[in-house]
Each structure stands twice: as C-alpha cells, then as structure tokens.
Design a protein around this ligand. Structure first.
Ligand code: SF4
Ligand code: SF4
Length: 318
C-alpha cells in the first residue's frame, strides 16, 4: 500500500484510510471484536490509517486493534466549542483507544469561518496539546467549500491547521455550498499552504457505487488529494479497495461481493415526527410528512448524522 505524508505537518500514512463510521453503532453496529478483526486484517495488508470520531462509537474497536497493531495512526473528531469540551473529548479519545497520543484531531463538520471562530477556544486547546506532543496534527472535517477556505485563512492563528477532511468525489455530491470545481480549487489551495487533504466519501455516499473504479480513479489521481477515507465492512471490501488503490483489477469474486446494493438510510415506523433530524441534515434530505420523517435517497450521502440526534433511535444506515 502506497504511503503518503498528510501535508507538510501531518503524519505519514497509508493512502487508503479505514473509515470506521460504517462499522459502528450508527451503521453496521459490529461488535468491537468483529470491528477490530477487520482493522487488523487491513493493517496486515498495509492500511495503517484509521478514521473515527467521538460520535461514531468505534473507540472500543480501535482500542482492540491497537493492541495487535500499535503502529496504527488514528484520526478522530470532536464537536467541542471551548477548551473544557475539547479537553473532555481528548480524554475520551485517549481512554477510548487506550493511547495518550492522537495522530490527528479535528473539529467535526465545520461550515465556514463563522463556525471556526465559534470553535476557536477548542482549536486553541488542541493546538496547545499539539505543542505538548499529545496530538500530532489538527484540522477540520467538512462538507463545505467555505470551511476549507476558512481553514487556510483562519488556521494561521494557530500556526496553520494541518489537515482538511472534505467531502470530495467525482460528481461533487454532498458539497453543500458549491460545485466539485469549487471544492477542488479550495483543496488545491489548502495543499499549496502545506495542509494535508484527506478526502471523504469518494463514492458519494453510495451514489457512485455503480462505477466504483472511475469514482476512485478520480479521487486517487487528483493532485489535491493526499489520502482517502473509505468505510469498509468486510474483508472483501478491503481487498477490493486495496486492489483499486494499487491500480490493479480487483479479483472476480471480490468484485461480485462488492457489487451489492448501496447502503441506504431508513426510518423505523416508531418515528415520532419531531423533526430533530431535519435540522441536522445539511443535505436537506429529510422532510417530515404526516408525522413521520422521510429521507430522500437521491440527496442523502449516508453520513449518519441524523441518526445521532434522533431521540427515538429510529434512523439506521443499512
Ligand atoms: S438524511 Fe441523514 S444520512 Fe442522509 S445526508 Fe442527511 S444527515 Fe446524512
Ligand atoms: S429525529 Fe427521529 S423521531 Fe424525530 S422526526 Fe427524525 S426520525 Fe423521527
């Protein structure tokens, strides 16, 4: 597996990053043992970069994998706004994965300079922990072009943010405030400023799964992209993605297994119609009609964010 440096200040990692959202309680809900087994399988094949977030619920899976593969690099994310919340998030991550050092710590779901300013205290705290050697690099994850641009400008206040983690795919799916070209341009600027670019959702949340090789080909050959986070739920998916990332044709049986229907978000019938999920979805994919939430599959990018706010626990990505 080809290795890359995540920008001028980020860690050296495998170009394929194992996204763990899909194995956690918001999606497949694998046991920590089963999730760790997949992470170890991937690690044995050279994938040593793992993406998670506080809300993904996959720290236990990563902790188990780290026992066998302490070399894994871990990127996590927090919604913390101030120093106290950021300290709590850092402690949760450290205790959760069983290691004091976090390779990359990001602010989750940033939208613009406005939201970055609103999280300034948390960023200051993470920058301080970076200086103390507890955090390797700091950054943001986002579906917004404006946030990537803001990270370049506003990040200077902390000596520069190190990594951006934008939604990035062949059709610009899920980019909330612009086009594919806008996101490409913003990421190219970020890279020119020494930031690492970790692309997310190369398959557009499943919408591009009909032509995965061209979807991956676009991201892997784009000069602005350093590494790519991909959610994987089976050894076949790992094998498939490894082959594609290495420029090889995936084995026939791997292709067959991976050619299944894309994941989708569904709402159980005990939905109370409270509309909390409607507010949470930045893709405007949810509407409440006749007292129940309905998800527009054409707009949904399977991020699972709506599921985190549902008081009835009735949204699942399956
Ligand atoms: S409906 Fe839910 S999973 Fe789909 S894009 Fe909106 S928040 Fe994400
Ligand atoms: S948050 Fe949950 S209960 Fe409320 S409308 Fe959405 S799916 Fe239904």
């Amino acid at each position: 597996m080809r290795r890359v440096r995540l920008g001028a200040r980020g860690p050296e990692v495998s170009r394929l990053c194992f996204g763990t959202l899909t194995m956690g309680p918001l999606q497949r809900d694998m046991s920590p043992q089963d999730g760790a087994a997949l992470l170890c399988y991937a690690a044995n094949r050279g994938i040593d970069f793992v993406d998670t977030a506080e809300i993904y619920g996959t720290y236990p899976h990563i902790a188990l994998a780290l026992r066998r593969h302490p070399q894994l690099k871990v990127c996590t994310k927090t919604y913390a706004c101030d120093a106290a919340e950021a300290a709590k998030s850092l402690a949760l991550a450290q205790q959760g994965i069983g290691r004091a050092y976090i390779d990359v710590f990001m602010l989750h779901e940033q939208e613009s300079e406005h939201t970055l300013r609103g999280h300034e205290e948390a960023l200051r705290y993470l920058a301080e922990k970076k200086r103390e050697g507890l955090v390797g690099a700091i950054g943001i994850s986002t579906h917004h072009v404006a946030a990537v641009r803001a990270a370049i400008r506003f990040g200077r206040n902390w000596g520069g943010l190190d990594v951006v983690h934008p939604i990035f795919n062949r059709k610009g799916l899920g980019v909330v405030d612009g086009t594919r070209a806008d996101m490409e341009e913003a990421c190219a600027q970020a890279k020119a400023h020494g930031m690492g670019v970790l692309a997310m959702k190369p398959l557009g949340g499943g919408h591009l799964i009909g032509a995965p090789q061209s979807a991956f080909g676009y991201v892997l050959t784009h000069p602005a992209v350093d590494a790519v986070a991909v959610g994987m739920q089976s050894t076949a998916e790992i094998d498939y993605n490894l082959a594609v990332f290495e420029g090889c044709a995936p084995a026939k049986d791997t292709r067959r297994i991976c050619a299944r229907a894309p994941r989708r978000a569904m709402v159980h019938d005990w939905c109370a119609g409270c509309a909390a999920c409607v507010q949470r979805c930045d893709q405007q994919a949810i509407a409440v009609r006749e007292g129940r939430a309905h998800i527009d599959a054409a707009r949904c990018v399977r991020c699972g964010y709506c599921a985190t706010v549902c008081p009835q626990f009735c949204i699942k990505i399956i």
